[in-house]
Design a protein around this ligand. Structure first.
Ligand SMILES: [Zn+2]
Length: 133
């Protein structure tokens, strides 16, 4: 499963970062995920929890923030791509964008490059370094 291997990578990064900071517990993991990253946030969260069981990240809250794809055109236009612009719903849009790398610019009508939306980044990790009294 795609999400499982992604969750493994995220888990390893979280643990190594947390341990480098002397964490006793990981409380939050905030992940930024582009709409085009082709991962299901719920499945990712589920896999992460399964992998983290028994580790210091066992009780961590796993938060996924979605990032909209962005467009950049040679006319100077930059913007985020939303579903009203593309006239498609989210799921169709992600499928569509898998096959194309440019969309019509809303300003000049030329092909605007899709510049973002595939990222999968650990935005922040909230750790506990002292035992709570
Ligand atoms: Zn343009």
């Amino acid at each position: 499963m795609h999400e499982y291997s992604l969750a493994c990578e995220i888990f390893e990064q979280v643990i190594s970062t947390a341990e480098a900071h002397g964490a006793l517990e990981v409380r939050h993991v905030i992940l930024e995920m582009g709409r085009l990253a082709h991962a299901n946030p719920e499945q990712l969260s589920f896999c992460f929890k399964a992998i983290a069981e028994g580790s210091i990240a066992e009780n961590a809250e796993f938060i996924v923030e979605m990032i909209q794809p962005s467009l950049e055109c040679e006319c100077g236009y930059t913007g985020t791509l939303d579903k009203t612009q593309a006239g498609k719903d989210d799921e169709l849009l992600s499928e569509l964008l898998e096959y194309i790398s440019a969309l019509e610019c809303p300003i000049c009508g030329k092909n605007a490059r899709i510049t973002g939306g595939r990222e999968l980044i650990i935005k922040s990790i909230d750790i506990e370094t002292e035992v709570e009294k």
